[in-house]
Every structure is written in C-alpha cells, then in structure tokens.
Design a protein around this ligand. Structure first.
Ligand code: CP3
Length: 343
C-alpha cells in the first residue's frame, strides 16, 4: 500500500524519526553497472527509449543501496525530442538540439498531445518498474519545468547563464510565451501518462529557475509550475508533486504555497535552519547535501549529513542531495551516508 512507503508518508506531511532517502541522479555514470548497460545500449537516448534497459538502470541503485525511492530513468529533454526537435547527446559535451528561436520554428513543432507517440517507451519503463520494485520503494516520475526545458530549446545546448532564452523572452515575448504554453501542456500530458503507468509521485526540475529575476521568476518559473500542479491535482489529488526551483534563494519561501507543490527540493545554497523556519512550514522539503561530498567523502561528509538531517527532521523531510550525483562520485560514500542516516 502506498501509504506504507516512507517516501509517500513524508510527501503527505508525516514527520518521521528517520527520513526516507534517495539521491538525484542515483542512476548514472558513477556506477560501474550503469556504464556497462550504457555501453550495451549504445547512446544515451537509446537507453532512455529501451524499456528493459531503462528499467534495469533505474533498479541498479535500489538493489545496491535500498533507497526509499526509485526515479524513472529518462531525461528532461525527451519532451522537446517528442515535440519534433532534433536531439543528440555528444559524449563529454552534453546535449545538442535544433533550436526554436522564432514563430516559424515554434509552429513547426508537433502539438502537445502528440508527445505520446515518442514517449510511449517511457510509460512502458514505468509499468515494468511498478511490478519489479520492492514493496517499500516508491516510484517517482519526472519532467523538466517549462522554463528550464525552454532554455535548452532556444540555445540548442546547455548555457552558463541561459542568455539566449532571456534574449528571446525580451525580444519576442509572444513567441516565448507560446513556447512556455506548449511545454506546459506537453508536460501535463506526459506526467499524466506517467501517473497512469505507475508513477506514485512526480518531480518538476526547474534547474535554471535561479537565472530569473523579479517578476520574470513569477511568470516563467512559478506560474507554469502552478498550472501543471493544478491540472495534475484536478485528476490525481493524492499524487504528490515535488518542485525543484534550483537557485530560487529567498523565493523558496512561499513557493510550495504559491504553486500547490507538496514538497520543494532545496539546492545546496539553501541554509537548512532558514528552510526549517520558512519553507518547511508550508510543505515537505527535500535536500540538500552538496554532491561534492560524494567525491571527497570522509568525516566531513558524515558530519554535514548529520547536520542537515537534524536541522530538518522536525518537519516532513526527505533526505537528498542539493543537485545530482556527478560521474566522479565514489559509490562507497553512498553507503556511509546511508549508515549516518539510518544507523
Ligand atoms: O536522477 C536520475 O537518476 C534519473 C534520471 C535523470 C537524468 N537526467 C539522466 C541523465 C534525470 C532526473 C535527469 C534530469 C535532467 N536532465 C536535468 C535536471 C536536473 C539537473 O541536473 O539540473 C537536466 C538539466 C538534464 C539535461 C541533461 N541530461 C544534461 C545537461 C545532460 C548532460 C550532462 C551530463 O551529466 O552528461 C544530460 C545527460 C544525462 N541525463 C545523463 C544521465 C544519467 C548522463 C548521460 C550519459 O550516460 O552519458
């Protein structure tokens, strides 16, 4: 039963003596067993679209560590791909996309409902995982938030400051707003299908929310998240939504209340004592160990883990990192963190 799962209980607001644990990018290149399947699949996108292999890499960190949640193995850039954007992942260089920079390139995209044509294998991965996961492990689906996905679509690659997207929203706000609308609708369709296929909670990654200032943050980060949450909640009021407005700073305060999210994921910059006072009053929180500790390890990592857990254990809380595990992380450090939390 869903409510027996530690993760689900925390997301529904229960305070627990020992928090549930999972880690962003828990499946990935730091694990030798991942690298082996990745080689077998050929390229990263083939891995995402081959349900047996995507399910296998999702399960690898569950078998190894017994995390309380599995996160679907996929990528936030599958939505642009499903909308008709050309997408490839060059090794060591990150994603490359055909760009959307004007009305013509926007109108050449497919309608939001058509994402299912490409994304059907992702739903199959979730169905496999629903059957395969241990009874106590929750299954998390996810998508990128519209702003973050748009930054990649406009630039055609990752950027340090998301300047191309900022330039487009200033120069041609109508086209940019239409892109955000299309992504919001596509994300609602995609996450709805993920829930139907077995996702018990969903997460929205707004990794570049921090580059939006003032009213632009409200308009392009908070508002699309609110719209997606409202639509999902109208159909699945009990499916929790985790929002990750990375870099939101002070605007973490009130983000859950304003968007309807059940949990906010804290990035590494957030002071956990501040968060316990100003963020956890509205919702569950998740976070926020710096993933660099998984590279450096040692007593500093253990102490920092304990400090975070003790600051946030007075309210509903999910232990996690403040950003994803990096390929140079040492897998043995994950065992030490689990021991520090679970004893
Ligand atoms: O967390 C998980 O284990 C689930 C799977 C997952 C991946 N990407 C797998 C992946 C999730 C949730 C994501 C989210 C994602 N993807 C985000 C938001 C979170 C964040 O990190 O801020 C973003 C911005 C992306 C886009 C993306 N995907 C980039 C920029 C890259 C290249 C950088 C890199 O790490 O190589 C990817 C590729 C990617 N997505 C990998 C993995 C495991 C590495 C690909 C490989 O195996 O070669």
């Amino acid at each position: 039963m869903a409510n027996d799962k530690k993760l689900m209980r925390a997301l529904h607001g229960e305070v627990q003596e020992t928090p549930p644990v999972w880690m962003m990018r828990q499946a990935g290149r730091y694990l030798p067993e991942y690298r082996s399947i990745r080689t077998q699949a050929g390229d990263f996108l083939s891995l995402c679209y081959t349900p047996d292999l995507a399910a296998e890499v999702t399960l690898q960190p569950i078998r190894r560590y017994g995390f309380d949640a599995a996160i679907l193995f996929a990528d936030i850039l599958l939505i642009p791909h499903a909308l008709g954007v050309d997408l490839s992942f060059e090794s060591g260089e990150g994603p490359r996309l055909s760009t959307v920079t004007d009305r013509a390139s926007l109108t050449s995209l497919r309608p939001a409902e058509d994402v299912h044509l490409t994304l059907a294998p992702v739903y199959e991965t979730l169905r496999i995982l629903s059957d395969a996961l241990p009874a106590q492990t929750a299954l998390i689906g996810f998508a990128g938030a519209p702003w973050t996905v748009a930054t990649y679509m406009v630039a055609g690659c990752g950027t340090p400051d998301q300047q191309p997207a900022h330039a487009l929203r200033n120069a041609d706000p109508e086209t940019f707003d239409a892109l955000i609308d299309l992504l919001s609708e596509a994300t609602i369709s995609y996450l709805s299908a993920q829930i139907e296929a077995g996702a018990e909670a969903v997460k929205l990654f707004d990794s570049w929310a921090g580059s939006l200032k003032g009213t632009a943050f409200e308009r392009y980060s908070a508002e699309p998240v609110r719209r997606i949450v409202a639509s999902l909640k109208s159909r699945w009021p009990d499916v929790p939504v985790i929002a990750f407005p990375r870099g939101a700073g002070d605007r973490y305060r009130g983000f859950a209340r304003g968007t309807g999210a059940d949990c906010v994921a804290l990035d590494t910059e957030v002071d956990v004592r501040w968060a316990s006072e100003h963020v956890q009053v509205d919702s569950c929180v998740q976070g926020n160990l710096d993933p660099r500790h998984l590279v450096t390890g040692g007593q500093a990592m253990v102490n920092e883990t304990r400090r975070i857990v003790s600051a946030l254990s007075g309210g509903p809380y999910v232990f996690n990192l403040g950003h994803g595990i990096t390929p140079d992380a040492d897998p043995s450090n994950v065992y030490r963190i689990l021991e520090a939390i679970r004893g």
